[in-house]
Design a protein around this ligand. Structure first.
Ligand code: 6GU
Length: 258
């Protein structure tokens, strides 16, 4: 998969060299390219923002640098061989625009994006990007305005780190064990949309605290049932909204399988 990220703070994306995403890059599963938006400015001060039309607080990112950046990046990738064995098709990239005004970023969207060969992220600062940029590229490409939650951040770079990690760990060969996805909280259909329950490892006693006996019993049916009960308990406390939405029939089906 190819990822292009256009930002005025390239150093903010340095964590993409670390851990799971860093290893995926080193192995050639991910081809990540971080670009400085100011490269596509032409004035002495490398200006990327201007005052909002109609007035109001803050600044708005000018359309010109974004247009030139996206044109050049998209042209550089169209039709060519990117990572070994990963062809970027002529359909062009999926463009992900991080914004608190976007659609929620969910596990479902992470799965969808993980199936695309090429993603371009456009993290903005200030009050966002001139609307015409989103309109212009929306006519030619799949453009997604995405928010990572109901709070306001100073820019889209941290959301890009979040989204790239969520997508990268779904790519074939990135997580050691494909089974690791199966019980993820929010994995589609996994634990019928429950949060994951608590986990334990050795030693069996720590500061006077033991491990639930059932986990040491070797009884796989009982363990599965216990985990499901704990998942339900945790979801009820932390995410009552998920319980509201849950399908009771899905629980009943699980019960028959246990
Ligand atoms: Cl994607 N951007 C910003 N600036 N704030 C956010 C966000 C994105 N998602 C939640 N808050």
């Amino acid at each position: 998969m190819r990822l292009d990220i256009v930002t005025i703070f390239p150093e903010y994306l340095e964590p993409l060299n670390v851990s799971l995403v860093g290893k995926a890059r080193a192995r050639g599963v991910l081809d990540v390219r971080v670009h400085d938006l100011r490269h596509w400015t032409h004035d002495r001060h490398n200006t990327v923002d201007d005052t909002p039309c109609g007035g109001g607080p803050g600044m708005v990112m000018k359309p010109d640098p974004w247009g030139e950046a996206l044109d050049e990046i998209i042209a550089s990738g169209s039709g060519g061989e990117q990572v070994e064995g990963t062809r970027v098709p002529d359909g062009g990239p999926t463009i992900v625009v991080p914004t608190p005004s976007g659609r929620p970023f969910t596990q479902e969207l992470a799965v969808e994006l993980s199936e695309r060969p090429w993603l371009v992220f456009t993290p903005a600062r200030y009050e966002g990007i001139d609307r015409r940029v989103i309109e212009e590229y929306g006519e030619r490409y799949d453009v997604r305005e995405v928010s990572i939650g109901d709070y306001v951040l100073a820019g889209g770079e941290a959301p890009v780190l979040v989204m790239v990690e969520a997508v990268a760990r779904l790519l074939p060969g990135v997580l050691g064990n494909a089974e690791s996805h199966r019980d993820d909280s929010f994995a589609p259909g996994a634990m019928a949309d429950l949060l994951e329950g608590p986990v334990y490892t050795k030693p069996p006693q720590w500061r006077g605290r033991g491990i639930p006996e059932v986990l040491l019993s070797g009884h796989h049916g009982k363990i599965a049932r216990w985990r499901r009960d704990e998942a339900l308990r945790r979801t009820t406390v932390n995410r009552p909204d998920l319980i509201e939405r849950a399908d009771p029939a899905a629980f009943d089906k699980k019960d028959r399988e246990m």
